[in-house]
Design a protein around this ligand. Structure first.
Ligand code: SAM
Length: 234
């Protein structure tokens, strides 16, 4: 498993403003402060997305009959890769892991919003470059994307980027996944107001004091039937 966040651009989505700023713990040499704070806020979405990513990776492995490389964008300390590679849960974590090139699958957990449409554009350009260097069409390579997206974020621009590069991006039928507790009542109030402003009902979800995320998957349009069956098997 691999992660690579070097090509990511900053995205100034207005929705980010409702969230507490964790920049100081995202950028330290070691993940200790990050893990401590995420534990305090019950940030457990990586435990929930792990089986979803693994299910997709397994299906890809069967289809491609080869070892699957995964890029984890917005990975920071490589948490999601570590959970999958070493069959851990968040509470087992200690050290980040190393990165490697090329990917059959690209995942992103808890970071859409920081990572926006420009980052995906950059990523697709990189994929195109890799494919032209290896003389592969995207339909042959079939990079699969899977990521969680907090319900506060609008996916329209990201959706357009996927469409532009010939990819189908679909929201899975999985019910919203709990991401973490609100850090304080202000964060809760701002989040719920924002969702209500967008006409999104928060009853049974954010009203209980937590952020919730939807789960998205994407593949080249030409492989859309695989995408549907992958999504159904989650
Ligand atoms: C809530 S954390 C999730 C980290 C990891 N995916 C996980 O699930 O543990 C959000 C991550 O987004 C990363 N991030 C924030 N802004 C970013 C940017 N502009 N480009 C790349 N990563 C960014 C942070 O470093 C942080 O690791």
């Amino acid at each position: 498993m691999v992660y690579n966040s070097s090509m990511i651009a900053i995205c100034n989505m207005e929705e980010l403003g409702v969230k507490k700023d964790f920049t100081n713990i995202y950028t330290q040499k070691f993940p200790n402060a990050y893990l401590k704070e995420m534990k305090r806020l019950d940030y457990r979405i990586p435990n929930k997305t792990k089986p979803l990513y693994l299910s997709i990776a397994k299906q890809l492995y069967k289809k491609l009959s080869k070892k699957i490389n995964i890029i984890d964008i917005g990975s920071s300390y490589g948490i999601n890769s570590a959970l999958m590679k070493y069959n851990l849960t968040m509470s087992d974590l200690d050290l980040p892991i190393q990165d490697l090139p090329q990917a059959d699958m690209i995942i992103a957990t808890g970071c859409i919003g920081y990572i926006g449409y420009k980052a995906f554009s950059n990523l697709f350009e990189l994929i195109k470059k890799q494919q032209s260097e290896s003389n592969l069409e995207s339909s042959e390579k079939g990079t699969v994307f899977a990521f969680s997206v907090l319900r506060i974020f609008d996916m329209e621009k990201i959706q357009k980027v996927f469409d532009h590069y010939g990819y189908s991006l679909v929201k899975s039928d999985i019910k919203p996944i709990r991401q973490r507790r609100f850090s304080d009542s202000e964060e809760k109030y701002k989040t719920i107001s924002l969702l209500h402003g967008k006409g999104i009902d928060t009853k049974w979800l954010e009203d209980d004091g937590h952020f919730y995320a939807d789960f998205y998957i994407a593949s080249p349009k030409i492989l859309e039937t695989n995408l549907v069956s992958m999504s159904e098997k989650l």
